[in-house]
Design a protein around this ligand. Structure first.
Ligand code: PGA
Length: 260
């Protein structure tokens, strides 16, 4: 992955079926080939359709360097008797080069603790995956002005044990700042708040790494769409976006990718 490129990631969540995911990737690849966006593009489909999407990308002769594949969640264990879980190595079998860890829906709907997220982050980095760690505050935390405190805790618990795994190759870890209240709500954080929090994340990463400067990508997520992407992506320290709802529409998603 090139250092100075933006990363735009499509998080399809638990949406689509076999037919509609095939149509979505076909439509997107057509627009992608026409538009040739300058950013790195990542698709995170439901894991049961990874093979479908991989097969389509191969058939359409799209190199996985141009449109990468990722898994939305991994097991905190390497392998064994963990019914329903998918290991990081299984994801690699389907050519996933990214994993998404600690998404707010995992934290708040599936009650994943900081400890579990820390274990997943470590496992993902150890396996060589490009690891996207999601952080963000709830609306109650936002109203109580606890955003930075929450983010500091989430970053420290997830990264302190794993920092040696990405210190010398900072492309390996990516932070996604997603205010929980902005996800799927149609409300994005204000441009000032995004700038402030991203700068805070950048500084915190410096402290964690014991450096003065780092090149870790910091994505913004939460109701990013084709209309607001350009202004969000212009903010310093915003190095891309994690897109949910709008990524299910090939036209909207390519417009986001092309807005850089
Ligand atoms: P949204 O989701 O774009 O639908 O708000 C973003 C995410 O949860 O990653």
């Amino acid at each position: 992955m090139s250092k100075n490129k933006y990363l735009i990631a499509a998080n399809w969540k638990q949406n689509c079926d076999s037919k509609s995911s095939t149509k979505l990737i076909n439509d997107f690849v057509k627009l992608f080939n026409k538009t040739k966006p300058k950013c790195d593009v990542l698709i995170l489909p439901p894991s049961i359709y990874l093979d479908t999407i991989l097969t389509r990308l191969n058939k359409l002769k799209v190199p996985l360097k141009k449109i990468s594949l990722g898994i939305q969640n991994i097991s905190p264990f390497l392998n064994g008797a963990y019914t329903g879980e998918i290991s990081v190595d299984m994801a690699k079998d389907f050519k996933c080069s990214y994993s998404l860890i600690g998404h707010s829906e995992r934290r708040h709907v599936f009650m994943e603790s900081d400890k579990i997220i820390s274990a997943k982050t470590k496992l993902s980095l150890e396996s060589g995956m490009n690891t996207i760690l999601c952080v963000g505050e709830t609306i109650a935390e936002y109203n109580q002005k606890q955003t930075k405190e929450v983010i500091l805790r989430q970053l420290k618990t997830a990264l302190l044990k794993s920092k040696d795994l990405f210190k010398s190759d900072q492309d390996k870890i990516i932070i996604a700042y997603e205010p929980v209240w902005a996800i799927g709500s149609g409300k994005t954080a204000s441009l000032d708040d995004i700038a402030d929090v991203h700068a805070y994340i950048r500084n915190t990463l410096n402290k964690i790494l014991g450096t003065k400067k780092n090149t870790i990508k910091i994505l913004y997520g939460g109701s990013v769409n084709d209309l607001n992407a350009a202004s969000i992506l212009k903010i310093p320290d915003v190095n891309g976006a994690l897109v949910g709802g709008a990524s299910l529409n090939s036209k909207k998603f390519i417009d986001i990718c092309s807005s850089i």
